[in-house]
Design a protein around this ligand. Sequence first.
Ligand SMILES: Cc1cc2nc3c(=O)[nH]c(=O)nc-3n(C[C@H](O)[C@H](O)[C@H](O)COP(=O)(O)O)c2cc1C
Length: 317
Amino acid sequence: MPRTQMHLATVVSNGLGANPYAWLEPHVDPSDYANIHALVRYAQAAERGKLDFIFLGDFLGQSQRTEEHAPGQTLEPTVVAAAIAMATARIGVVNTVSATFEEPYNIARVLKSLDVISGGRMGWNAITTSAPHAAANFGRDIEDRETRYAWANEVIQIVQALWGSWQEDAWIADKTTRRFTDLSKIAPINLQGTYASSRGPLEVPPSAQGQPVIAHAGASPHSNAFAGRHADILISEVFTIDDARRQRDDHGAPPKQPAATPTASNFSPASPRRSPQPMPRLSPGAAEWSNPTSSSSRITWVSSLACSWDPRASTFL
Ligand SMILES: Cc1cc2nc3c(=O)[nH]c(=O)nc-3n(C[C@H](O)[C@H](O)[C@H](O)COP(=O)(O)O)c2cc1C
């Protein structure tokens, strides 16, 4: 009989709790709002409790609605993730970074660095920011949904190609031959899209897990299709088991697969291979997407994308 295993995760947002009124509770210290030690303590408690990962959301604008409503987001989450990574040993950390308001080179560099320093425990929650007041902080408007997801589709491919721009054995560090790296195993990616482009390579070596896992939080049909194509983890907002099953089936995860069973924590794995609405791939020479079931298969795929493509033949900026 198959063994059903539930995956559990928890949200760490500000130091007070997800409920904006939590700070009013007698046992809550309001100064924990911007207290990194509190966030680290919660992460350590989650690790002791054997949870799979911590979810760090992010919002690029004001979240506070009234004076008695605590803002949802305090400290920048990649900074928080670095502190959590140094104070924990086993738990995963899934970090939200906007795929439409951050440059793919920066996303790739920051998250891969975190993956290296955490010993291969990072995930990227790749979202398409949809709030106009967040866009206003960048002097921009919010694009329509079609554009946002097309944009994110490019960015995620560039980020993964950058993550794969070092082959696993590129880092030699051989003092006798005076070779620090094998440069034939570190290749530019030269990806040019409509919304984003990057030359590469990244100067961050592969992490213990190869590269971060991909998560996606959302609920719209576009979001579901995007998760189905790219994500290892879908972070959903469903309130019944039936709704969770429906959403899982929409994005194409095989039904009845034990690991795909949605849990009370509302996290369910996605299956990239069966996306109902395929989106264009950036590289004409790219290998067919295969759903990596382990981090080693992931790095193999992305490395082959970066290295099978002759940089001289590709369009460069
Ligand atoms: C469970 C869950 C968590 C989310 N977390 C974030 C987040 O941390 N930051 C963010 O900007 N958007 C977050 N979102 C919003 C989505 O990524 C998306 O922008 C929003 O659902 C609107 O997108 P749509 O155009 O696909 O409807 C979250 C959505 C869900 C369902």
